[in-house]
Design a binder for this molecule. Structure first.
Ligand code: CO
Ligand code: CO
Length: 314
């Protein structure tokens, strides 16, 4: 039987997954996520959804063990093959992550939806929360931003194939390596950057850790084409909502344009990890991430003692 005191990370915090201590002292880590298609190709949609679901486990420094599919599908309107392709994408990503998908549940639904419940485990000493960052830590982002902006452009058929492919490659890259490297480089805190965007998730980390962050726009990595799309007014409503929500906690220097604020707040799907680790470990971590994922990780700023803002963006 699980008692309240065995809930290590529960619903009252803002962490990425639930963490419960089992009788033998081991921690079980569990998360669920699903969404509607954001790309046209069902196989790639399945890969992205699975990568995204696994990400919350990786963000906590945990090791995924198995997954369960969650499926909504318009059985009468769309060919069965579309569903098989979505599931094949999810299954291939699960394989890459080294886990089986052992079951799931599907319903007839107007719009396709797919995602997974992922169960993982971690030793208590290796659990990484978003509330345990240290003053002076370097802040590292392990994937470029802009998948929300590019997905909006895809829906309106407004973007070149090469830009779409780059965004898809980014979304289907597992956060497995950046996660395991966190242990080696003494990461103090982490979260993954998803729906609330970089600014939203960084705000959560600062608030939970009782610190402030100073970040530089010029150091934030973006996917190709993002600047151009935003300058044409192409971005998701969710990114604007993110910005409206976090703005009161942010001190923007007047060199930061409105377009740049939207870019930094862009709602991500299957984004990278945002990791707080000692400044003298930053270069090694960044180099190793690139070697193992092929994606550019970058230091975007540092954590400071708590100020009258949570984030200073210059
Ligand atoms: Co998360
Ligand atoms: Co999540």
């Amino acid at each position: 039987m699980t008692h309240q005191e065995d809930v290590v990370v529960g619903i009252d915090g803002s962490d990425d997954a639930a963490v419960v201590r089992l009788n033998d002292g081991k921690l079980i880590v569990q998360t669920v996520d699903f969404f509607t298609p954001i790309v046209d190709d069902p196989y790639q949609f399945g890969q992205i959804a699975a990568t995204n679901s696994l990400s919350d486990i990786y963000a906590m420094g945990a090791i995924p063990r198995f997954g369960l599919n969650i499926v909504g599908f318009p059985i009468k309107e769309l060919p069965k093959e579309v569903l098989s392709e979505i599931l094949r994408g999810g299954s291939d990503k699960a394989k890459e992550a080294g886990i089986p998908i052992v079951g799931g549940h599907s319903i007839d639904d107007k719009e396709p939806k797919y995602g997974l419940v992922i169960t993982g485990e971690v030793e208590e000493s290796k659990l990484i929360k978003n509330s345990t960052a240290h003053e002076g830590d370097a802040l590292i982002l392990t994937k470029p931003l802009g998948t929300g902006i590019i997905s909006t452009a895809i829906k309106r058929s407004l973007v070149a194939k090469s830009i779409i492919n780059q965004s898809i490659d980014c979304m289907k890259t597992l956060n497995a390596h950046p996660s395991t490297l966190m242990i080696e480089y003494n990461a103090h805190a982490a979260t993954d950057v998803t729906g609330f965007g970089l600014l939203g998730h960084l705000y959560e980390m600062c608030k939970a850790s009782n610190l402030s962050a100073k970040i530089q726009f010029k150091d934030i990595p973006f996917l190709d084409g993002v600047r151009n799309l935003v300058s044409k007014g192409i971005y998701p409503k969710g990114s604007k909502r993110n910005l409206d929500y976090v703005s009161e906690f942010i001190s923007f220097s007047n060199t930061v344009s409105d377009d740049q604020k939207i870019m930094a707040a862009d709602a991500q799907t299957s984004g990278g990890l945002l990791v707080a680790l000692p400044q003298n470990k930053a270069d090694g971590y960044i180099k190793n991430c690139f070697e193992l994922t092929g994606l550019i990780a970058k230091q975007i700023g540092t954590l400071t003692s708590k100020s009258d803002y949570f984030i200073k963006l210059k």
